[in-house]
Design a protein around this ligand. Structure first.
Ligand code: ATP
Ligand code: MG
Length: 328
């Protein structure tokens, strides 16, 4: 049996990029033989601008959304990162073996830093905390979207460096590998950048049919399709990648043919997508309503998860401190 770990920030609502790139995989993986740890990484969310009251609400909403999306507390361990202090503790330890240059060349850091006037240190050391999240549980597989592949490479580097220094006889930390889905990187509605909470180009997993349609209608498609009679290339269209995730296989084929032959205009194609999305998202919205109506259930589930996570995390820190000369 091996360990699986992944996390998501409560930096905004769960969006379909998060769902298709990562969370759908979490739901699938919890059914397998491996033990699964999933975490709302609220300490990571502090690296973006936020209002205190907003964060409190969004942590809770993220937990509700994950349960609505299908995480089952009987099958996985779901918890808030800040409820397990060992995450921050191990991050400090890893700070002492991580080369600064490795952090400075992370694409995600460069992207996010370029959008801020004054860059905080936490944005730079974000991947160190992420390495701690994963390695605290000795996780070997990490279901994430493509944007996290570089951070995982760094997690492996950190594991190697720590092992080389403190566990040279027998590696203590494993080298975690990413697990990607077919939709490894969903673009935002503008078609310019990846769908991302911090860019505001998202479709929320719990948005109503009407809200989704208001966003889909003006969304970017293949730029070659200026007029309805211009044929397009489905493979380069973001709407087509959503069809592949939400529509039945036969519908996906029909979409591709009608795009290539200009049989449909983009609006018709989007209407079919809206129907397919409703089929997948309506049951999730319904579950979210039910779960959201029982706030104490959510708190209990997350507390129970944290208790389980702490047991593993404490043991890891005990071993780490012993190997580093921090015990008598
Ligand atoms: P932020 O903009 O605050 O970084 P985010 O939308 O990138 O938010 P995260 O919490 O950073 O969301 O990521 C949660 C998970 O969702 C990660 O595994 C990440 O790789 C995945 N993910 C995020 N955006 C996408 C996307 N557009 N397509 C596929 N997967 C994604
Ligand atoms: Mg992100």
């Amino acid at each position: 049996m091996s360990r699986i770990f992944s996390g998501i920030q409560p930096s905004g609502e769960l969006h379909i990029g998060n769902y298709l790139g990562a969370v759908q995989n979490w739901v699938r993986l919890q059914e397998g033989r491996d033990s699964t740890f999933f975490c709302v990484v609220d300490l990571h969310a502090l690296t973006g601008n936020y209002e205190v009251a907003d964060l409190r609400r969004r942590r809770h909403e993220m937990a509700v959304s994950l349960l609505a999306a299908g995480l089952d507390p009987e099958r996985c361990t779901l918890f808030f990162q800040s409820a397990v202090p060992q995450h921050a503790e191990l991050a400090w330890i890893f700070n002492t073996v991580t080369p600064l240059g490795e952090l400075e060349r992370q694409t995600q850091y460069k992207d996010k830093a370029s959008r801020q006037e004054s860059v905080i240190t936490g944005l730079l050391t974000y991947p160190v905390l992420q390495a701690a999240d994963i390695l605290l549980y000795h996780a070997v597989r990490v279901p994430v979207g493509e944007d996290q592949v570089q951070h995982l490479e760094l997690s492996r580097e950190i594991a190697r460096r720590w092992n080389a220094r403190f566990a040279s006889d027998m590696p203590y930390f494993p080298e975690p590998q990413p697990l990607l889905t077919p939709v490894r990187r969903l673009m935002g509605l503008d078609g310019q950048a990846k769908m991302s909470k911090s860019l505001g180009n998202t479709i929320g997993l719990l948005e109503s049919r009407e809200q989704i349609w208001d966003k889909l209608r003006p969304a970017m498609t293949d730029p070659a399709r200026q007029r309805k009679t211009d044929p397009g290339t489905p493979e380069i269209c973001n709407i087509y990648s959503m069809h592949r995730a939400f529509s039945a296989e036969s519908t996906v084929e029909t979409v591709a043919v009608n795009c290539r032959t200009a049989g449909w205009g983009c609006i018709e194609c989007k209407k079919v997508l809206a129907d397919s999305m409703e089929g997948v998202l309506l049951p999730i919205r319904r579950r979210a309503m039910e779960i959201g109506a029982q706030p104490s259930y959510v708190t209990d589930v997350l507390e129970e998860g944290a208790t389980r996570a702490r047991t593993t995390a404490q043991e890891t820190m005990r071993q780490v401190y012993e190997r580093m000369g921090l015990t008598d």
